[in-house]
Design a protein around this ligand. Structure first.
Ligand code: G3P
Ligand code: MG
Length: 253
């Protein structure tokens, strides 16, 4: 399998400020071996971990990430999740996050999350510069942005890529083949068992976000899903995942 059955979403978003070093530590404390993080660029093209194009909702700051230089983000703190005992935590660079992930021995699904579609390839390129310093890190690159995946295939063909969609598009096979996707990442809302079977039968793995219920996870694993992204990895301890086999993968990378 490319990743693990339970993947910490934005680190461990349920109990720590998402996409921060604290969330990465928390995921490791909760026993996951893989995490998912979102990366985007500041105005001066520093890759930082953040989910929204605007600072307003998730942090104590205001404004568009794409219009702010990294130095002006020094006082930004990412807010703790509602109801958690955690405190807010400073925003982190991708570079610092990669160091922490390596130190903790985790695998990373890096979601390239450009602040606008046009900066997709640039976001990937600047992230790859940082990743080059961590050659042994287990890595999967995903994005909702198709140009990002094509660029990843061109620049780093050996790193597994994943198509990220909310719903499976009708012509998903063609797009997945074009970017040489090893896995397909989908929302669990509206997902059908036959879609999972279809993807798996083509030799690609399936990972589903954001699954916070144990009952739902159990059902998804029965459908043949390889793994789930969750805000609460602690909820899935001991959940038995059926033995999954992926057909040999035939596309050229
Ligand atoms: O990569 C899976 C998931 O994180 C995609 O959705 O909006 O949480 O980045 P989002
Ligand atoms: Mg994400």
């Amino acid at each position: 399998m490319l990743m693990s059955a339970v993947i910490g979403h934005r680190g461990a978003r349920g109990s720590a400020p998402e996409n921060t070093l604290r969330a990465i530590n928390r995921a490791a404390e909760l026993g996951v071996s893989w995490i998912e993080l979102d990366v985007m660029l500041t105005r001066d093209q520093v890759p930082i971990l953040f989910h929204d194009a605007l600072l307003n909702k998730l942090s104590n700051g205001r404004g568009e990430v794409a219009k702010l230089d990294f130095n002006s983000l020094g006082r930004i703190r990412v807010l703790a999740p509602h109801g958690s005992v955690s405190e807010s935590h400073p925003l982190t660079t991708l570079d610092a996050a990669l160091q922490r992930i390596q130190d903790l021995g985790l695998g990373l699904n890096l979601e390239i999350k450009p602040t606008s579609p046009e900066v997709g390839p640039a976001t990937l390129q600047f992230a790859l510069k940082e990743l080059a310093a961590f050659p042994g890190l287990p890595l999967v690159i995903s994005s909702f942005n198709y140009s990002v995946l094509l660029e990843a295939k061109r620049l780093l063909p050996e790193v597994p890529r994943a198509c990220l969609w909310e719903d499976l598009p009708r012509r998903w096979q063609r797009q997945a083949a074009e970017v040489g996707a090893r896995s397909v990442h989908l929302s669990h809302q509206g997902l059908k068992a036959r879609q999972v079977a279809e993807i798996r039968s083509e030799g690609r793995e399936v990972y589903i976000y954001t699954v916070n219920s144990r009952r739902r996870a159990k059902q998804l694993f029965e459908w043949g899903v390889n793994g789930i992204f969750t805000d609460y990895p602690e909820r899935f301890e001991g959940l038995k995942q059926p033995v999954l086999r992926t057909q040999p993968f035939g596309d050229p990378v």
